[in-house]
Write a protein that binds this ligand. Structure first.
Ligand code: GAP
Length: 512
């Protein structure tokens, strides 16, 4: 099965089991907008709690806020989003399809990378155990040819992007003979800039109405509340402000399910620091954030840093934490050293003094900022992709199982009476009524016990208990582990303690 097929199966699985639905589906959907179903919302809330608690509970110098989506339009002028939050777009005249010029070129670069990897794979097969990959990469004529073309293209592309040279981007597309995947032609329009912010109007009369934007990032809500929080919270530098909330971008190319959406959710933390200390804090937050990801237990080889060559005009260091999705390593989180750009801009545009008086040095300055910014939806997708497994069982059957970290699983315990009679449902309900105050339980009495286990495996429930006739006699049940499928008999009175310990977010937080 190709990775493409695996991904299609994951998308179908998300729908079938109530994790993610296409938005407005009965009206044929709305591009790149998705709804979370009954399982998805539980898991999403758990991801948000894990992030929030790791920031706000574990750091006594980080506090949270919840700012509005609508903000004064000058904020977006000050932040640079009105003038510079653009993607270069290009249309194919034959298919009438619109593309991001930068994405077309990046895909072309990826094709050279693919060619190189295919050459390596072929050679590995040919030479077997004696294959020296490093030497082959350095000497193979074909590999070197692809590498030269790839590097030249990358350099030309990076320069065009840095210079904001739209004509050059088009020329690269023509020179590389990139065709539209739909029409197969090279009948391209010029490249134009397209602002990604959605706008609407606030106010009742058309002449008095004000054009406002749906926020494209939550970060600006933090910057414009910096003074409020610093003063009312009597915060001393260094300190952070965390926020979780919706963001909106009119993405030209929205693909790969919930990876790139037009309405999505961010978890952002702006850490305010003394100028000059930013590179130390940047390094520290890189490690802190990677540790947060690794604590979920999917393994180090699923993550990598991608340091930015091209820095935004306000940044002096930036990296992405990338996760190995079925469609390659992709950005899940950005960590940026944003200097004092945002606060200075808001100082300039609002006319308010946004400086910090440092009581230790008697100096006053505009704080620098390290930002950690992660998409909830991308995090969700990365977890589902890593957790999904189609497993062949020893008895010749198969199952689909989500190996979700127990703390993030939507349901923690499936409660299954062996039969729908003899008082077993009543005892199962009594257990549920007891445990539901501690964690999310799901009662299920329909179909055979095997089918019920499969349903719980498919939603990633870490534990199931079966209530049987022995339960009535001695107050015990069987507890089944999702991953090992092993069962053990335990006392009903011990259930809460055993399960609580392994399904709470506190358990992961303690490993950080
Ligand atoms: N405040 C900085 C900022 O917004 P970004 O790299 O543009 O930086 C941060 O976005 C994170 O938000 C990304 O790493 C990604 O996880 C998520 N994100 C951005 N655009 C997204 C989209 N269209 N759909 C889903 N998630 C997105």
């Amino acid at each position: 099965m190709t990775q493409d097929d695996v991904f299609k199966k994951i998308v179908a699985h998300c729908k079938e089991y109530g994790f993610v639905f296409p938005s407005s589906e009965i009206y044929d959907g709305l591009g790149a907008v998705y709804d979370y179903g009954q399982m998805g919302v539980e898991m999403k809330n758990n991801i948000k709690s894990y992030w929030w608690q790791s920031m706000v509970l574990l750091h006594d110098n980080i506090v949270g806020i919840d700012s509005s989506i609508f903000m004064h339009p000058t904020i977006w002028k000050a932040s640079g989003h009105v003038d510079a939050f653009n993607d270069p777009l290009i249309d194919n005249r034959d298919s009438k399809k619109r593309y991001r010029a930068d994405v077309l070129i990046e895909e072309q670069i990826a094709k050279y990378d693919d060619k190189i990897e295919k050459e390596i794979a072929k050679a590995r097969k040919r030479f077997g155990d004696s294959f020296d990959e490093a030497q082959y990469r350095a000497t193979s004529k074909n590999v070197l040819e692809h590498r030269t073309k790839r590097d030249a293209l990358h350099e030309r592309y990076a320069k065009a992007m840095n210079d904001n040279n739209l004509d050059e981007l088009k020329q690269i597309i023509l020179d590389e003979e990139i065709v539209c995947p739909i029409s197969g032609t090279r009948n391209w329009t010029d490249v134009r800039q397209f602002n990604l912010m959605f706008s609407t109007e606030m106010g009742s009369t058309s002449d008095g109405a004000m054009k406002i934007y749906l926020r494209p990032e939550t970060a600006q809500g933090i910057f414009v509340n910096y003074l409020n929080v610093q003063k009312t919270g009597r915060m001393k530098l260094p300190f952070g402000i965390a926020q979780i909330g919706k963001a909106f971008r009119n993405e030209i190319v929205a693909r790969q399910f919930i990876f790139r959406m037009r309405e999505f959710e961010q978890m952002e933390m702006q850490f305010f620091i003394k100028p000059g200390t930013e590179l130390d804090w940047f390094a520290k937050w890189k490690q802190t954030r990677l540790k947060w990801h690794l604590a979920l237990g999917f393994g180090e080889d699923k993550y990598r840093f991608h340091d930015h060559d091209k820095l935004a005009h306000y940044a002096n260091a930036a990296t992405d934490i990338e996760f190995l999705m079925p469609f390659g390593f992709k950005e899940v989180e950005g960590i940026h050293s944003r200097t004092n750009f945002d606060l200075s801009q808001h100082e300039k545009f609002s006319g308010k003094n946004i400086r910090y008086f440092d009581p230790d040095t008697n100096e006053s300055y505009t704080p620098y900022v390290i930002e950690t910014s992660i998409g909830v939806d991308r995090m969700f997708l990365s977890i589902i992709c890593a957790a999904y497994e189609e497993q062949a069982l020893e008895n010749g059957e198969s199952r689909v199982v989500l190996h979700l970290p127990a703390a993030l699983a939507p349901v923690k315990l499936g409660i299954l009476p062996l039969v729908k009679k003899d008082g077993l449902p009543e005892l199962a309900h009594r257990i549920q009524n007891d445990l539901k105050f501690h964690f999310n339980c799901q009662y299920d009495e329909k179909d055979s016990i095997g089918k019920r286990y499969r349903r719980q495996d498919a939603i990633g429930t870490p534990y199931c208990i079966t209530v049987d006739h022995q339960s009535l006699e001695d107050g015990t049940v069987t507890l089944r582990d999702r991953d090992t499928m092993q069962q053990q008999r335990i006392r009903i009175d011990d259930l809460c303690g055993i399960i609580s310990d392994s399904v709470t977010i506190t358990g992961i937080l303690k490993t950080l």
